[in-house]
Write a protein that binds this ligand. Structure first.
Ligand SMILES: [Ca+2]
Ligand SMILES: [Ca+2]
Length: 186
């Protein structure tokens, strides 16, 4: 019975957080290490190759803070990307994801959210149930992009925030910079 109180408080604080427009993304500006994971790769991609997928750059030309993510898809036989998993005990009706990206002019890249259900890390229960990952077009400059998330698939209890440096075409290759990612209930 003792557990009921902290769980109730947790549920209350999560509801309050959503209502307050809190950013659900951890390490949203890549100012720290961690929270983001390489995903969608194939077994034959070596660790050294994978490193080019997720390079944290600390240099000028940063739209937020001191660091940003540089992500490269150099493979013509795969469409790897970066994810952050967010467990969602309660899912609101809709969310807005915003991020800044710098992609070469007129090249395509993707960002959005995959909807999953089950227990993260347990292949027996974990399953993909849908997504909202539009293709965007680069301008050659840093630009803010927006993804509206609604009609979220029933049963979703884990969001995977996706940052993909190329389109869904496996043969596509590209290098894209990302920073200042936010995901807020509305
Ligand atoms: Ca940053
Ligand atoms: Ca590719």
């Amino acid at each position: 019975m003792k557990q009921l109180i902290p769980l109730a408080l947790l549920a209350f604080s999560l509801t309050a957080a959503a209502a307050d427009g809190v950013n659900l993304v951890k390490n949203p500006g890549f100012e720290e290490d961690g929270s983001w994971t390489i995903w969608g790769t194939h077994k034959h991609f070596g660790d050294e190759d994978k490193a080019t997928l997720m390079t944290i750059v600390a240099a000028g030309d940063t739209p937020e803070g001191k660091r940003y993510l540089k992500s490269a898809d150099t493979w013509e036989d795969g469409r790897p990307y970066i994810v952050q998993f967010i467990e969602m005990p309660q899912v609101a009706k809709s969310y807005v994801m915003k991020f800044k990206a710098k992609a070469p002019e007129n090249t395509g890249f993707r960002a959005g959210v995959m909807y999953n259900k089950g227990t993260l890390g347990d292949p027996k229960t974990y399953a993909f149930v849908g997504n909202r990952i539009p293709v965007f077009t680069g301008t050659g400059e840093w630009k803010e992009y927006t993804v509206k998330l609604d009609n979220i698939n029933a049963g979703t209890n884990v969001f995977a925030v996706v940052l993909a440096p190329s389109t869904a075409e496996k043969t596509d290759t590209n290098t894209v910079l990302f920073d200042d990612i936010s995901l807020v209930a509305e």
